[in-house]
Design a protein around this ligand. Structure first.
Ligand code: FAD
Length: 287
């Protein structure tokens, strides 16, 4: 089913994001994790696309298997990194042939050690071009990425918002946001996006904190702020790994409940392939 149709029902959409594990054994384990999460009735599960298409086989196998074997709706991520137009077309054909109806259309990150994105000579420079390509011949529901605290390469916040508008004008059906920890950033972002005439649903991305070093690494990479309330929650448990997980769950419950109470259409959980925190947060939300 197209996720855009699920979003029209008005019921909050809860989704989980996985990345394709390296080995077949780990992929089998991930299927078990996905199966355990099925009881929580996720609207969909999404699977990331590795740098330069390195995970193509595993990404497509996982989205196809989770959908066909577990009966859970899925979305394949797809980036423009290192791919020509014809290679992108071939992937889109495979996604369609495997019965996947939802695609998250992304530009992708520059390769490790570089700060600038270099498109394939016959490829796409930005995600809006990928969305436009998808709209020329495919019938997918298309999602795009949004950045409540601005994309790190954006020349300004307003330019970033105009670029998001370009992706929606090219045909995107909904937006999934980068992770953030301050709900004010999300609500301010939604208001600014609405003010420039973009009306598609904007699903907030939430990453349960499970490890402080990882939190610091991710926030530095994507430019998300660690608000004082999160620092205060983590300070007393800095040297207690289980305490960090528990504090992350408590913070996640408060953050998710605040987002839903403020009108967010659901929550997209960045699980990092671990189900415990996302599942616990979801169980404690009003549904
Ligand atoms: P774009 O929308 O192209 O934006 C990139 C930058 O260019 C922004 O600064 C934007 O303001 C600017 N820009 C956009 N359009 C134009 C234009 N037409 N002209 C000029 N400037 C423009 N990465 C992966 O490799 N694999 C994944 O599976 C993956 N999944 C993700 C899922 C989510 C929900 C999110 C939020 C991110 C994900 N990423 C993933 C990371 C993503 O690839 C990076 O954030 C990347 O740097 C930007 O991708 P984008 O699609 O937002 O790019």
């Amino acid at each position: 089913m197209r996720i855009s149709e699920l979003l029209k029902t008005g019921r909050p959409s809860f989704s989980f994001e996985f990345f394709p594990p390296k080995t077949d054994e780990d992929a089998a384990q991930l299927m078990k994790t996905a199966e355990s999460l099925r009881a929580l009735e996720p609207a969909y599960v999404s699977v990331t696309w590795g740098a330069g298409g390195s995970t193509r086989r595993k990404t497509l196998d996982l989205v196809a298997d989770i959908k066909s074997k577990l009966g859970v709706e899925t979305m394949a991520h797809l980036t423009c990194v290192g791919a020509s137009r014809s290679e992108i077309d071939a992937v889109l054909k495979e996604i369609a042939d495997r019965g996947i109806e939802n695609v998250l259309a992304l530009r992708g990150d520059p390769p490790k050690g570089r700060t600038d994105f270099v498109p394939h000579p016959d490829g796409f420079k930005h995600a809006d071009e990928l969305v436009a390509r998808i709209r020329t011949g495919w019938n997918f529901c298309v999602a795009v990425a949004g950045y409540p605290e601005g994309h790190p390469e954006a020349t300004s916040r307003s330019a970033d918002l105009e670029n998001l508008k370009r992706k929606v004008s090219a045909g995107a059906d909904f937006v999934v946001t980068q992770l953030f920890f301050d709900n004010a950033a999300y609500f301010d972002f939604v208001e600014r996006v609405r003010n420039i005439g973009v009306s598609v649903p904007i699903l907030p991305g939430l990453m349960p904190v499970t490890n402080i070093a990882q939190l610091e690494r991710f926030t530095t990479m994507c430019g998300a702020r660690i608000p004082p309330a999160l620092s205060r929650a983590l300070d007393p448990v800095r040297n207690d790994p289980e305490g960090v997980v528990r504090a992350g769950i408590e913070y996640g419950v408060t953050q998710a409940a605040g987002l839903l109470a403020g009108g967010a259409p659901g929550i997209h959980f960045y699980t990092l392939n671990r189900s415990r925190s996302a599942a616990e947060i979801l169980r404690r939300l009003p549904r």
